[in-house]
Design a protein around this ligand. Structure first.
Ligand code: GLY
Length: 365
């Protein structure tokens, strides 16, 4: 069991507590009632967590108003779902003294966080993430949003949670491909921030894949510490937080070019290798770094090359549409050593010549 504190002075709560444990879901409701006795509760989850019994396990006998997102997944991540959530909160006579509890993966967290951020000008949200990607990344840091018909997270806010309560046993019901793909965000954390964590991850990979609870708790704790530290320093992504986009500039484009057939973590794995190749070309890093990272990603079982059916031109076009682009070209987060981010002049995202990126896409085959 671990407990951390992430400090966000400018947010509603000033910071938040992260609790990490095994088989704690059944007792979390008591913790929530103890921590937020004056607030009414409203749960947002999805049909998978409801049908697998996780919602009932969380709330127990207590009758809590809830919104169940159906169908589960990105297809429901739109403004209509947010309207339905807000209207069902109104129908339950809820006001500004409400705590939204988001139980689920990244999509549930993004939708519920966004709904909470705009309901009656904003009510607190507490995340109970249930996937590897949400426990490592999306539940921490306060990014919320839903997609428009044109782009991902077109509607969005920064809305820092009041708490993140993680039960690593929730991962047991996660599909194997999703489980493995979500680990790529942990690998990203090791590369940008902590070489010793990379060594630990390599040595403990088998226990992670076997879902040893002690190791999974340590994994969650290390991720939350790294992400928490970055978010504390730069909660609204003015500079330092951009390092968390490592592997994501090429990754997001590859994910979209695949028509979202590649999972986010799978596309980011390809993007991480792309970033390593850029670092090699710019003589920022050495080949043995690339080989160690590639070896680890292969052992996790995620792709490390661009699928043959993806056209480089489409990927380049999508890179230009990156939401962080300045003058139609995004900046890249890069590293020098494993655990060492590249920040010339204190800048955590740097310009890379588009011709070089085009060359790298060819080398990613
Ligand atoms: N996933 C990147 C961030 O939270 O900033």
């Amino acid at each position: 069991m671990f407990e951390l504190q992430i400090k966000i002075p400018a947010s509603m709560a000033g910071g938040y507590k992260v609790i990490i444990g095994t088989d704690i879901l059944g007792s979390l409701w008591q913790t929530i009632e103890r921590d937020y006795p004056k607030l009414n509760k409203f749960v947002v989850t999805d049909e998978n967590l409801s049908s697998s019994g996780w919602l009932a396990k969380l709330t127990g006998e207590v009758n809590i108003p809830a919104f169940i997102i159906a169908p589960a997944g990105e297809i429901s991540k739109n403004i209509n779902t947010v309207i339905s959530i807000i209207e069902s909160m109104e129908k339950a006579y809820l006001g500004r003294d409400t705590l939204v509890v988001a139980l689920g993966g990244g999509t549930v967290g993004d939708i519920a966080g966004f709904a909470a951020s705009i309901f009656k000008r904003g009510v607190p949200v507490l995340h109970i993430p249930t996937t590897t990607i949400a426990q490592a990344d999306s539940a921490i840091g306060g990014k919320t949003g839903v997609d428009s018909s044109l782009s991902k997270n077109a509607f969005g806010t920064f809305w820092h949670p009041v708490g993140v309560y993680i039960d690593v046993s929730a991962l047991a019901t996660l599909d194997e491909r999703q489980f493995r793909a979500g680990l790529v965000e942990s690998v990203k954390h090791t590369i940008i921030a902590d070489g010793e964590y990379f060594n630990w991850f390599e040595s403990n990979l088998n226990s992670i894949l076997e879902q040893n609870p002690v190791v999974l708790e340590q994994l969650a704790m290390r991720n939350c510490k790294i992400k928490g530290r970055v978010v504390e320093a730069d909660p609204y992504e003015k500079n330092q937080r951009r390092m968390l986009n490592y592997g994501h500039t090429i990754g997001h484009a590859v994910e979209a070019a695949s028509g979202f057939k590649l999972l986010h973590g799978e596309a980011v794995a390809i993007g991480i290798i792309g970033a390593c190749l850029i670092e090699l070309e710019l003589k920022l890093a050495k080949n043995d770094k690339l080989e160690r990272i590639r070896g680890l990603l292969k052992k996790i079982g995620v792709p490390v090359t661009l699928p043959g059916n993806l056209d480089d031109k489409i990927v380049m076009e999508l890179i230009k549409h990156d939401k962080k682009a300045v003058n139609k070209w995004p900046r890249f987060a890069l590293t020098t050593e494993i655990g060492q981010v590249y920040s010339p002049g204190g800048q955590y995202a740097v310009e890379v010549n588009p011709e070089l990126v085009g060359k790298i896409l060819k080398r990613l085959r």
